[in-house]
Design a binder for this molecule. Structure first.
Ligand SMILES: Cc1cc2nc3c(=O)[nH]c(=O)nc-3n(C[C@H](O)[C@H](O)[C@H](O)COP(=O)(O)OP(=O)(O)OC[C@H]3O[C@@H](n4cnc5c(N)ncnc54)[C@H](O)[C@@H]3O)c2cc1C
Length: 387
């Protein structure tokens, strides 16, 4: 991209999670073609991405390894009725680490280039026009510029988090993926806690809510109260992050326009039941790295069909959660879910549910389970307490 025009095999538009996973997959599999990545701001943005070891194929686990900043051999969940340690390895990718590794991988390869502060103005099947007027022509263009447009009918996973240095060492041996013993407000609410070092932790106030409005002041106050209750004293807040992730109730219609390949959130490569992207975006990355260019359009179309099929069950769960259960009943749904076998929990996060898992998830009597509430004539009845 130094001159007016660049000619590459693969152009990646956007330098977020999806493009980083593609770079890692190409790097890890020894891709011999040329690559150009254009990011409008800073590669990786300001995120923390977590995943379970079982979310990724063994090959992608190896490729993603350099991005991992922290790992734990288990995590736990806490509900009023019980605590459970789930013996599944859990890992965290930080934006900083992801950015430095992407830049390192790109610098390592002849014919690879990654540019920050380089917005894409428009793109087509075989060319990308940058905002500064330059053009990249490419055999394959992937549009991974993140969310585009309205989310459609959905619930929301919302969070505000603080990465904190504590005055003293804490006593938390593993992440708490859900501490749902906290007061329930704005839907299902829980605290998400990652112990990063002996004196550093990421603490996020999270809710599964009906609306997208994120009240940061209230969440700041709630984090402070949670820390106070545990006797954790804040020395410094190092970093904050926030997110409002749509949890769709149905598949969004495919975006129209030119036959551009859409990756990441924009292409629907995320888990509708968790709002998280990593497991599904990694599948897309693996496909891009493993498929000859001529076969890519058909391979991506087939993979997208398969993903939509797998996502359908999660859309149903979202409809049950956000449309049929009143907010006050939602905690019981998760309390029951985390009593299921570890294998079902792992396959849920990986969006690889089997029939037996679906039966387990939908089993049980409401509101204890995510089962369909039995109404008159056995049909769905709207839960009370909601408009
Ligand atoms: C705070 C936070 C925490 C999260 N935690 C997790 C988690 O633990 N696990 C998980 O799986 N998911 C998590 N998610 C969800 C996940 O981050 C997103 O779904 C994921 O980043 C989507 O990947 P993406 O590459 O499609 O989009 P993004 O990562 O958003 O990347 C899109 C990139 O495109 C760039 N861009 C936009 N327009 C242009 C343009 N015109 N030209 C060039 N570049 C452009 C943006 O600047 C951005 O860097 C989290 C989200 C947030 C907000």
């Amino acid at each position: 991209m130094a001159g007016g025009v660049a000619d590459v095999d693969l152009a990646l538009c956007g330098g977020g999670l999806q493009s980083a996973l593609i770079v890692a997959a190409l790097h890890g599999t020894g891709y011999g073609g040329s690559v150009a990545l254009a990011e409008s701001e800073r590669i990786g943005g300001n995120h923390t991405w977590c995943f379970h070891a079982g979310d990724l194929s063994p090959a992608m686990r190896r490729c993603v390894e350099p991005f991992v900043a922290h790992r734990w051999s288990s995590y736990e969940v806490r509900f009023p009725g019980y605590r459970r340690v789930v013996g599944a390895p859990y890992a965290m990718i930080s934006s900083e680490r992801l950015r430095s590794e992407v830049l390192r991988m790109v610098a390592h390869r002849t014919g690879w280039v990654g540019r920050e502060h380089t917005p894409v103005a428009s793109l087509g099947e075989a060319a990308v026009r940058l905002a500064d007027g330059r053009t990249i022509s490419a055999r394959t263009v992937v549009d991974a510029r993140g969310a585009a447009g309205a989310a459609g009918a959905c619930g929301y996973q919302k969070f505000y988090g603080e990465e904190i240095t504590l005055r003293h060492e804490h006593d938390l041996p593993r992440p708490i993926v859900m501490d749902a013993t906290v007061e329930q407000r704005d839907g299902y609410r829980f605290m998400y806690v990652l112990p990063l070092t002996a004196t550093r932790a990421l603490v996020e106030d999270t809710s599964f809510s009906d609306g997208p409005c994120l009240d940061e002041d209230e969440r700041r106050w709630r984090i402070a109260a949670w820390l106070r209750d545990r006797g954790w004293e804040t020395l410094r807040i190092e970093r904050t992050e926030r997110g409002v992730l749509p949890m769709p109730l149905a598949e969004a219609p495919a975006a129209g326009g030119a036959a551009v390949m859409r990756g990441g959130y924009r292409g629907g490569w995320f888990h509708p039941g968790t709002g998280y992207s990593l497991p599904v975006a990694a599948e897309f990355a693996e496909l891009i790295a493993a498929t000859p260019v001529a076969d890519l359009p058909a391979a991506v179309a087939a993979a997208a069909r398969d993903r939509r099929r797998r996502a359908r069950f999660c859309h149903l769960l979202n409809r049950l959660l956000f449309r049929w259960y009143p907010p006050a009943a939602r905690r019981a749904v998760f309390e029951r879910f985390y009593r299921l076998p570890e294998s079902t929990i792992a396959r849920y996060y990986a969006l690889r549910l089997r029939l037996v898992d679906k039966i387990r998830i939908l089993g049980g009597r409401p509101p204890a389970g995510l089962s369909i509430p039995a109404g008159r004539g056995g049909r769905l009845t709207r839960a009370s307490g909601r408009g």
